[in-house]
Design a protein around this ligand. Structure first.
Ligand SMILES: [Fe+2]
Length: 136
């Protein structure tokens, strides 16, 4: 399984609590990867996926609230992007509970979520916070 990477400073949004939450999401993906130590057991994987769903949802609402307070002009589009991802994570959680070969799906989920997160932070979150602070 390819190794997932950590948060790095190029992903800095300039908003301290958002950066901390993004870092936590990266470390949760690492936890998923580390489930190999227990052979990707169903209860461990489902526990991590539950936490990931809850925390992702918690993070998205915090982020949306802060963007709303800053008067972000594309809030609705941003919310739709978040909801689409959340639905995908929930779908993955269900699929992981019913599949026998959990290992390869865990690898797929980890890689997908990490790529999504990096691209979303760079292309959506950072511009959103930058533009909102400029008052657009
Ligand atoms: Fe976002």
């Amino acid at each position: 399984m390819p190794s997932l990477s950590n948060w790095n400073s190029s992903l800095n949004t300039g908003i301290a609590n958002i950066d901390i939450e993004h870092q936590k999401l990266f470390s949760m993906l690492k936890m998923l990867e580390d489930a190999h130590q227990v052979g990707f057991g169903a209860s461990v994987v489902s526990g991590i996926m539950d936490e990931l769903c809850d925390y992702t949802s918690h993070h998205f609402s915090n982020e949306e609230q802060q963007l709303e307070q800053l008067g972000h002009s594309q809030l609705q589009e941003h919310k739709t992007i978040h909801q689409t991802l959340l639905d995908k994570v929930i779908g993955y959680r269900q699929k992981l509970m019913t599949i026998d070969d959990r290992e390869s799906l865990v690898a797929e989920v980890g890689a997908f979520l990490q790529n999504w997160l990096v691209q979303h932070i760079l292309e959506v979150d950072i511009p959103a916070f930058q533009n909102s602070r400029k008052g657009s």
